[in-house]
Ligand binder design. Structure first.
Ligand code: FES
Length: 87
């Protein structure tokens, strides 16, 4: 469990184990475009403002993943307690 905050929307919520960030976003009324929902297409690409993502996608290259400033919230999660996205 970690906290996801959507900075532009001014909303934050808990992300339970096994629940994708995009599902929590939808429940909060935060619009994140999606397509594959498997970390492949890049439709949900989001900028990370705070926190450290754990990447589970096959879209970002190694340098982008290591940089920690972009993530695919359909599959990727948070390494710490709180992640803030520019959404
Ligand atoms: Fe395709 Fe997230 S919806 S990468």
């Amino acid at each position: 469990t970690f906290t996801i905050a959507f900075a532009r929307s001014g909303v934050e919520a808990e992300v339970p184990a096994g629940i994708p960030i995009i599902q929590v976003a939808r429940a909060c009324g935060v619009d994140i475009p999606t397509s594959c929902e498997q970390g492949v297409c890049g439709a949900c690409l989001s900028e990370v403002l705070e926190g450290t993502p754990t990447h589970h996608d096959a879209y970002l290259n190694e340098a982008e993943q290591a940089g920690g400033k972009l993530m695919l919230p359909c599959v990727s999660r948070c390494a710490g307690k709180r992640l803030v996205l520019d959404r």
